[in-house]
Design a protein around this ligand. Structure first.
Ligand SMILES: Cc1cc2nc3c(=O)[nH]c(=O)nc-3n(C[C@H](O)[C@H](O)[C@H](O)COP(=O)(O)OP(=O)(O)OC[C@H]3O[C@@H](n4cnc5c(N)ncnc54)[C@H](O)[C@@H]3O)c2cc1C
Length: 260
């Protein structure tokens, strides 16, 4: 099975204190530590397990810049066979439709049976997977937490409200958005990263992909402000170090009967 996994380089929330830029256009990105979007890491692990069971290849692709190569290499160290970087200044400031159009163009350059995205990324839109499927006119299942190959179809489990589970049969080729918890992503060691350090990663720009109307100018959803809403009535923001915040939280939960 030929599998393409869409992966995004995002600020690592475990490593950074995220603050918003004074002009309200974006988060403060200076000196941030980046990593692969958590959902995309589960998607890559799932793709590797499917390939190991039924054969084929796993390709990871990202829309980013030269710095995004690091996450492609990380996913290759994990076990993906190939990486593709989609980079062009013309892609900067794309909305979800723009990102999906760029990815759709890359999909059309290859021949894939299965395309995986994460259920969501750092901007929390949860939009790219569904848009990508629509642009490719492929069947789509979202929030997938189980995948079984059944001939030229897949059986996929979906997480439903209230902790319930749904099973679906879906024709290949298709697009799935993967939910966290579907598997246990493997550890990526420094030795693995070194092994793929010099593997060449093909880069495609807007011209090579034949995409236009993306980027800031093409965005039809325009971010006009970015801010932390003022604390509402009854809300309490815990201050102090992480340990102090945890102690205060435990105290509060005990006081309100949430903890014995
Ligand atoms: C500086 C800046 C300016 C922006 N301006 C705007 C704006 O004006 N309007 C607007 O609507 N949005 C804007 N965005 C948001 C940006 O377009 C989002 O990345 C996009 O909308 C996708 O949303 P998401 O990250 O929530 O992805 P989701 O839709 O939640 O992601 C789902 C999945 O799609 C795939 N995916 C998402 N992004 C990528 C990628 N880059 N490469 C490969 N796979 C990917 C991954 O598999 C991911 O798990 C801006 C972002 C930045 C950093």
């Amino acid at each position: 099975m030929e599998i393409l996994v869409c992966v995004k380089r995002v600020p690592d929330t475990a490593e950074n204190e995220i603050t918003i830029k004074g002009d309200g256009t974006d988060i403060q990105r200076d000196d941030l530590v980046y990593s692969v979007n958590e959902w995309d890491n589960y998607a890559t692990e799932e793709a590797i397990q499917i390939r190991d069971n039924v054969g084929g290849t796993v390709t990871v692709v990202t829309v980013g810049d030269s710095e995004s190569e690091e996450i492609l290499r990380r996913q290759m160290a994990m076990g993906a066979d190939n990486g593709i970087l989609l980079a062009d200044g013309a892609f900067d400031g794309s909305d979800a439709r723009g990102i999906a159009s760029i990815l759709a163009a890359a999909v059309k350059k290859g021949k894939y049976d299965l395309i995986l995205t994460g259920a969501q990324a750092d901007d929390g839109a949860g939009a790219v997977g569904g848009m990508l499927a629509a642009m490719l006119d492929l069947p789509y299942a979202s929030l997938v937490n189980k995948v079984e190959v059944a001939g030229n179809k897949l059986k996929v489990g979906r997480e439903i409200e209230g902790g319930n589970q749904e099973m679906n049969e879906i024709d290949l080729p298709c697009v799935l958005s993967i939910q966290t918890g579907i598997n246990e992503p493997r550890y990526v060691g420094i030795r693995g990263i070194r092994k793929v350090a010099s593997v060449e990663i093909p880069t495609h720009n807007a011209g090579a992909l034949g995409v236009s109307g993306v980027g800031k100018a093409g965005a039809q959803v325009k971010r006009v402000d970015y801010f932390t809403p003022p604390a509402g009535k009854g809300a309490e923001i815990l201050e102090g170090s992480m340990e102090e915040k945890i102690d205060k939280l435990i105290e509060l939960l005990k006081a309100k009967g949430g903890l014995k």
